[in-house]
Design a protein around this ligand. Structure first.
Ligand SMILES: Cc1cc2nc3c(=O)[nH]c(=O)nc-3n(C[C@H](O)[C@H](O)[C@H](O)COP(=O)(O)O)c2cc1C
Length: 309
C-alpha cells in the first residue's frame, strides 16, 4: 500500500509476524506501486527508487509497477530483476483520478489490448522472474467474463483480484462471490488466483480461501497498527506497552530509511492505528501528532508508559 507498506513497516511486519517460520507469515509481500515511466528514465529513477528499498527479511518480495507504456515496463521489469526481487506485479486496479488520466492502473481494464502488450513487455524484461497482475472485477460494472480471460491468456504466474469495480472504489463490501467465479475461470490455467478485499485476519482469510477456492488471500488495511497479524502461533494478546514499543521501533526504522526523502508526517497514520482501544489513547495520539522526529515519539511513549506504572 502506497506510503504505508514501505521497507520500514515491512521489516516490522516480517519480524513480528515471524515471516519465514512455521505458522508465521506472510508468505509473500508486495512493495508500494512505483511508476514504470519514472523507473525507465535515469532522472526519474532516482526520485522513486527509495520505494523499492527492501531487506533480506522480506523475501519473497514482489515489486509492483504501474504505467501505460509497454517499453517502460520492459525496462522497469529488468531493473526489478537486477535488484533481487522475487517477482514483478503490474497494478491494473488503482482507481485514482490522476492515474486514470494517464491510462494506467484500473484504466487498463478498458484497454485490454494495451494491458496485454504491457504484460508481454514486462515478461520480456523480467526474464525467468514471475510476472503477476493485480486488478479489479470491472471498471464501471462487474465485467469478469470479458476482462479476466484477457489476462489469463497471457500466462501470468498469479492474478490478485480485488473484489470491487473501479467505480466502487472502496465504498461497498468486496464481492467475494465474483472472486469465486474468477477461480472457476482460471481452472484450466497455471495462474494462481489470490483474493483481496475486506479480509480482517488469518481466520477470515482461511475461511474465504475455503469458501471461494482461491489459492491465496491478500490482506491490505488489516495490517495497519497490527504487524502481528500473520503470526498464527501467537496466543496472548499484544499488550499496550509492546504495541507502543514496536511503534517506536517502526518510527526509528522509518527515520533511518527515509529522513532524506519522505516527510515524517507520513508516519502519523500509523500512530492513529497503533494508538487506539485503550485508556488514554486519545490524549497520547494528540501528543504524537505534534512529534517531528523519532526521538520525540520515543520520549512521548516513555512518558505515557511511566504514567501507567
Ligand atoms: C493507503 C492505501 C494504499 C494502497 N496502495 C496500493 C498500491 O500501491 N498498490 C495496490 O495494488 N493496491 C494498493 N491499495 C489497495 C489495497 O492493496 C487493497 O486492494 C484494498 O485496500 C482492499 O483490500 P483490503 O480490504 O485488504 O485493504 C492501497 C490501499 C490503501 C488503503
Amino acid at each position: 500500500m502506497a506510503d504505508v507498506t514501505d521497507v520500514a513497516f515491512r521489516c516490522v511486519i516480517a519480524k513480528y509476524s515471524r515471516m519465514g517460520e512455521v505458522g508465521g507469515g506472510p508468505h509473500v509481500m508486495w512493495t508500494e506501486f512505483v511508476s514504470a515511466d519514472a523507473l525507465a528514465h535515469s532522472v526519474g529513477r532516482d526520485r522513486v527508487l527509495h520505494h523499492f528499498r527492501f531487506s533480506q527479511s522480506e523475501h519473497p518480495i514482489v515489486a509492483q509497477i504501474f504505467g501505460a507504456t509497454p517499453e517502460n515496463f520492459r525496462i522497469a521489469a529488468s531493473l526489478v530483476r537486477d535488484m533481487g526481487f522475487d517477482g514483478v506485479d503490474i497494478n491494473m486496479g488503482c482507481p485514482e483520478k490522476n492515474i486514470q488520466r494517464q491510462g494506467a492502473c484500473a484504466a487498463l481494464i478498458q484497454t485490454p489490448s494495451l494491458a496485454k502488450e504491457i504484460i508481454h513487455a514486462t515478461k520480456e524484461g523480467a526474464g525467468d522472474m514471475p510476472v503477476s497482475v493485480k486488478t479489479r472485477i470491472g471498471y464501471n460494472k462487474v465485467d469478469v467474463d470479458s476482462w479476466i480471460p484477457e489476462l489469463l491468456s497471457c500466462d501470468i504466474a498469479a492474478l490478485t483480484v480485488h473484489g470491487r469495480t473501479k467505480k466502487e472504489m472502496s465504498k461497498v463490501p468486496a464481492h467475494w462471490d465474483v472472486i469465486g467465479r474468477v477461480v472457476q475461470m482460471a481452472q484450466d490455467f497455471e495462474t494462481v488466483v489470490i483474493g483481496n478485499g475486506d479480509v480482517v485476519d488469518i481466520a477470515d482469510a482461511r475461511q474465504k480461501a475455503q469458501e471461494y477456492g482461491v489459492s491465496g488471500v491478500m490482506l491490505g488495511r488489516a495490517i495497519f497498527g497490527n504487524p502481528w497479524l500473520f503470526d498464527e502461533n501467537r496466543v496472548d494478546a499484544v499488550s499496550v506497552s509492546e504495541r507502543l514499543r514496536v511503534m517506536v521501533e517502526h518510527t526509528k526504522l522509518y527515520e533511518k530509511n527515509f529522513s532524506d526523502v519522505k516527510n515524517f508526517s507520513l508516519m502519523k497514520k500509523h500512530y492513529v492505528a497503533y494508538v487506539s482501544g485503550f485508556s488514554g489513547a486519545r490524549q497520547l495520539r494528540q501528543r504524537l501528532m505534534e512529534a517531528t522526529c523519532a526521538e520525540e515519539v520515543s520520549l512521548v511513549v516513555d512518558d505515557f508508559l511511566c504514567s501507567l506504572e
